[in-house]
Structures are given as structure tokens and as C-alpha cells.
Design a protein around this ligand. Structure first.
Ligand code: AMO
Length: 406
């Protein structure tokens, strides 16, 4: 709302965008009031045209304004101030700050990423599946598992749709899902959430190199048509083994890349190949989950891959072990009990094609595409060690035990 003498100018927002409303008489209108307007669309005077607005050449002279819902006085100025708020405040007021056009814009981009993923997965011949998130155990490593009370037993929140998408390969051959994944991350970082969204594919009758071709093409097509301030550098995506990558950036061989290594190898890829993406393959077998296929040529390393984008891992995946005996042996060797994987193993006892797949992290991809500083900005309602909608102080934790509320 802008007051100019007897005239009030209002920016009216709806699903299609913004339009200026001109109100003559004095109106008791507050920011974020929900209104219904009837009026006449006029051409704006030449010097009042707003070139930054698709509707900037017109305005609505209001005849009647009907207030459908009144807003309280806002806790801060939603024009400019909302954007300079510290992240915790931005999140404390999330249902309000999401209304800011810049912040809303992040989630319009996120919706487009999901739309593109869906379209591309379907083009690959994948069938959409919906999988459970209440599960009986770990798939991606025990330490990061959330346990939940399940009647008088313990169940867990799923770390990944992994086992289910694999079990579905003999049925549909190719499947996709957008699924929630839960990780009890033990530390607070700018790129970890405790509840994240994964965009997964799993494909039968494909092997390592073909999987790499598929995921790289998909990654490029997913971001290509999205308007971001910083245009994505799309060249042929360089493929390096972990060892090659470590040699290039001059670090010691290790089982994984450190966050700084990821930044360094990405700037190498950008400089040398003009690509914001780089694929890293052949992680040590023991550093990857039990279902990962060891490289037959050198079983210490595995047919696994990560896709890095602008300095962060946004995808990982692998060719899988599809032989029942090998899988059981591998589960045992890692100190786990095959009995806990009964349903999963059933799928392998009765014929499982060579197969593999991958998973994109939606929030990470959104964050890097828009060059956001923190992954929390790329999640509508982010969960981390310190927040489930509201901040989890020790006092509130005590309350939750007593009342069942957070
Ligand atoms: P991984 O554990 O690497 O692989 O997860 C896949 C992708 O999901 C994203 N991601 C996260 N994003 C934010 N916060 C987190 N805590 C978090 N954890 C993971 C990352 C990551 O690349 N089942 C395998 C995938 C497969 O093999 O198909 C898996 O879950 O972008």
C-alpha cells in the first residue's frame, strides 16, 4: 500500500501475479488483507508505467472493495525488510515470509524441477510408485536413523526409497518416485536437512555406463529450461573416478571427497570443461551401502557415482548387486542380519535383472541452481537438529514428552 494524498495505490497479489489497484476514498486496508475488488481496468499515464511488471501498463480503478479476511499488523515490512531478515527469523515466520515474491519464487522453481523430473522419468519409461516411509531398518547406514515408537515395538523413518524401488524392478522394470527421506544428521550444516525430498529412478536391464549416460542427460534437461539469475554452464559433463578427482585437486586418496574437495573439483570442471556438473565414480566399496555392486575388475572399488553441481553432491547412485547369494554374503559381511531383509531378499531369490538407479536431492538441487547460501532456504518448512517448525529448545522438548506436542 502506498498513500498519495487522496489516492491509495495497492499492489494486489493473486496466483497470476500482481496488479496495481487505485482506490479513491480512504479505505481501512492493511498489508496482507484479503480483498475482492471490482473496478475498471485503465491504461496508466505514460510516466506511471512500470516496466518491471507484466501488468505495468494498466491499473484497476476500484469501484468496490470487499474485505474477505483482515490481517494483523505485520511483524516486519514485507517489502524489503523480509529479505534482510536473519534465517532463523525468516523461518520462525515461515507462513508469512513465504508470501514474499522472491521467496515464493524459490518454490516456483522447485515445482518446475519436480515437473521436469517427472516428465523425464516418464520419458524414460519409468512408472511412478509410492513407497512406505515407516520401515524396519537402515538402508544407508545405521547412525543416521530415526527410531519411532510403533505400538510396543520400534520402527524407523525411511532413509531412502531404495529397497522398495529395487523390489519394483521385476514388476515394472523402470520406476520413479519422489519420496521423503529422513536422516538423523548429527551436525548442523548448510546442506543437510533431517527431512529431505529425493527424486529417484531405478532401471532394470541397464548397466553402469548406460546409467551414467541416463542420469547426466536427465540432470542437464532438468535445469536447462529453468530461468535462474545465474545461467547453468552446460557442457559435456566430465566423468572422473574418485582417484582421478583426488589427483587433479591434489589431495590424498580418501574414501570420499570433503566439502572443500567438492568445491575444488567443481571449479576444475567449470574451468576446464565449461560444466557446472561433474560426475565422480568408483567410490570405495566399503564406503557405499551394502546393495552397491563392487567393480568386477577391482572389487575394492564400486560401480557407484555421485553427481556434483556447483560444489555440492546433488545425486548419488550405483549399479546394484542383483545376485541373491552375493547380496546375502555382503549383508552378512557387513555385520547385518539377512533375516531383517527378508522381503527385500525375496525379490532377488526369484529373479532380478541387472539393475541400477540414482537419487537427486531436491532441496540441494534447488539451493545450488538458485545459488542460495543455505539449504533451509530451499525447503518450505525445513527440519534440522534445532527446528521442527518451531525452534526446539530444551524446555519445549520436555513439554513434548508430557503433552505429545512439539
Ligand atoms: P544418498 O544418501 O547419497 O543416496 O542420497 C541421495 C541424495 O539425496 C540428497 N541428500 C540430502 N539432502 C539434504 N539433506 C540430507 N541430509 C541429505 N541426504 C541426502 C543428496 C544426495 O545426493 N539410496 C541412495 C540413492 C541411490 O543409490 O539410488 C541414497 O539415498 O543430494
Amino acid at each position: 500500500r502506498r498513500d498519495h494524498g487522496k489516492l491509495i495505490f495497492i499492489d494486489l497479489r493473486d496466483r497470476s501475479g500482481i496488479i496495481q489497484i487505485v482506490v479513491k476514498e480512504s479505505q481501512q486496508l492493511r498489508l496482507e488483507d484479503v480483498i475482492e475488488v471490482a473496478g475498471v481496468v485503465n491504461k496508466r499515464p505514460a510516466k506511471m508505467v512500470n516496466k518491471n511488471l507484466p501488468t505495468g501498463e494498466v491499473e484497476v480503478a476500484a469501484k468496490t472493495i470487499n474485505v474477505l479476511s483482515k490481517a494483523e499488523t505485520l511483524p516486519f515490512d514485507m517489502g524489503t525488510e523480509a529479505l534482510s531478515l536473519e534465517l532463523p527469523t525468516l523461518l520462525d515466520w515461515r507462513s508469512l515470509t513465504l508470501r514474499h515474491l522472491k521467496i515464493k519464487g524459490i518454490f516456483a522453481v522447485q515445482a518446475q524441477i519436480m515437473e521436469n523430473f517427472r516428465k523425464l522419468a516418464k520419458e524414460l519409461g519409468c512408472t511412478e510408485i509410492v513407497v512406505p516411509t515407516i520401515v524396519s531398518g537402515a538402508t544407508e547406514g545405521g547412525a543416521e536413523l530415526f527410531a519411532i515408537d510403533y505400538y510396543d515395538k520400534t520402527a524407523y523413518l525411511s532413509q531412502s526409497p531404495q529397497l522398495y524401488k529395487q523390489m519394483m524392478v521385476p514388476i515394472f522394470e523402470r520406476v520413479w518416485t519422489i519420496a521423503k527421506a529422513y536422516r538423523a544428521e548429527p551436525s548442523v550444516t548448510t546442506r543437510h536437512l533431517t527431512e529431505t525430498t529425493q527424486m529417484d529412478c531405478e532401471l532394470g536391464f541397464v548397466e553402469f555406463t548406460e546409467l551414467l549416460d541416463i542420469l547426466e542427460e536427465m540432470a542437464i534437461k532438468m535445469v536447462k529450461d529453468i530461468k535462474a539469475d545465474d545461467k547453468v554452464a552446460i557442457g559435456k559433463i566430465p566423468r572422473l573416478t574418485l582417484k582421478e578427482a583426488q589427483r587433479i585437486i591434489n589431495v590424498q586418496e580418501d574414501k570420499d571427497l570433503s566439502p572443500q574437495d567438492e568445491v575444488d573439483i567443481c571449479s576444475w570442471a567449470k574451468g576446464k570443461h565449461g560444466s557446472d556438473f561433474v560426475t565422480i565414480t568408483h567410490f570405495p566399496t566399503l564406503a557405499k551401502p551394502f546393495y552397491t555392486m563392487p567393480d568386477p575388475k577391482n572389487p575394492q572399488s564400486s560401480l557407484s557415482y555421485d553427481l556434483l553441481f556447483r560444489g555440492v553432491e546433488i545425486l548419488s547412485g550405483s549399479q546394484r548387486i542383483n545376485d541373491y547369494e552375493k547380496l546375502v554374503k555382503n549383508i552378512k559381511e557387513r555385520g547385518m542380519n539377512p533375516d531383517n531383509f527378508e522381503l527385500y531378499l525375496q525379490a532377488f531369490r526369484y529373479g532380478m535383472p541387472p539393475e541400477g538407479g540414482f537419487s537427486f536431492g531436491l532441496e540441494r538441487l534447488t539451493m545450488k541452481l538458485l545459488n542460495l547460501a543455505n539449504i533451509r532456504e530451499a525447503s518450505l518448512f525445513p527440519r534440522d537438529m534445532e527446528r521442527v517448525d518451531v525452534r526446539l529448545s530444551s524446555h519445549e522438548k520436555k513439554n513434548s514428552k508430557e503433552t505429545g506436542r512439539h
